[in-house]
Write a protein of this length. Sequence first.
Length: 390
Amino acid sequence: MMYNPQDLLGQSVSATDTPALVIDLDAMERNLATMAAFARQQKVRLRPHAKMHKSAVLAKLQIAAGAVGVCVQKTSEAEALVAGGVYNLFISNEVVSPLKLARVAELTRAVAPHGGKIAICVDAIEGINRLATSMNEARVTGGVATEIDVFIEINVGQNRCGVEPGTPAVALALEIRKHPALNFAGLQAYHGKAQHLRSPAERRLAIADAIQAVVHTRKLIEAEGIKVGLITGAGTGTAALEAASGVYGELQAGSYLFMDADYAANQLDVTQPRFEHALFVKTQVISTHSTHVVCDAGHKSHAIDSGLPSVHAFSARSKLEYFNGGDEHGILRPAAGSTRLPHLGSMVWLIPGHCDPTVNLHNEMIGVRGGLLKGVVECIIKVDGRGALT
C-alpha cells in the first residue's frame, strides 16, 4: 500500500510517516497575526516573500491577513502561484532571458482580468530594453495593452544584483520612462546580508547605510522630475529598522511565518516582533547506540546551507544535538546537561537551518493543529513552487 499524505487528515500527528515536513499551524498563525499587526502599526505595506513557502494556500493566507501581495524570485514561482489563484506578484529579481521575459509578459495578461499586477526588478539599461521588447511584443500578439511595474534594484550592501546607488540608478529611471509598457514603481533596496548579522548593533549599522544610499538615490531621481513611488525591501531580521526609517514603504519579510534555526541564532532586538518556530522536520530514531542514536532525516530532508538543523527539546533532560550523518541519516547525541537518549522508534523534531531550501525538498507540508505531541493533522499543503528554478 502506497503512503498517501491525504490519508492522514483527521489523524493524530503520530500517524505521520518520516521524514516529513510539518507545520505547527497554531504557531504559524500567531506569526502571521504578529507580522500583520506590526505592519499596520508601522503604517507600511507588507509583501511577504513567497519563495520561502512556495505555496499558493499560504500566500492567500498572508494576503487575507493584510498583505498587498507576495514576492517571488523566479518566473516559474510566479507561474505556479498565479495558477493557484495568487494575482499580485513581485518578481524581486532580474530577468533577462527573452524566453523568460515572454513568460513574464504573459503573466501580466493572465492576472489582469483578476485585477492583479506583476512587478519586476531591473538593474541595467539592456535589461530594461529587453523587458520593454517582450512587453511590446505581447501587446502586438495579444491585443491587450498591459503594463508592468518596474523597480530599479540598487545595491545597498548585498553585493549581488543591483545597480550602484546614486547617479547610475538615475540613468535607469530615465530609460524606463521612455517605454509606455513599463511603469517606474520605485526602488528595490534589500540587504540580505544584514538579516543574519548576529548583533542588533551590526544590523542597525548595515541598515543605516542602506537607508542613506536609498535617500541619496531617490533625491537624484526626483531631481529629474521622476517620482519614486515606493521603496521596498527588508527581511525578517531587520524589518523593524526599515519600517521605522520613514523611507521604506513596504516590507518583504518572509521567514517570519516559519522561522528557522539560523534566525534563532540572531541576538534579539527589542524593536523586533517576536516569532516562533513553526516549521519542523519530523523524524524517528532507527538505530540506537551507547553514545548516540540515528534518525532517518538526512540532508535529503533539510537544507544545510545555513548550518545543520537544531533539535526541538520538550524538556531540559532531553536536549539533543544533530550531527552530519549523510543523505539519509542524522546522528543525535546528548547536549550538554542532558541525561538521556531517545529509544528506538522515538519521534524527534528538527528545526531546519534554513526554511526556504528545506521547503523546496518536499512535495507537501503537513499542517498540524494542537501541538507537535498530541496534535491532529488538519491539512496537507502542496508546495506549488517546488523545483521552480527558471
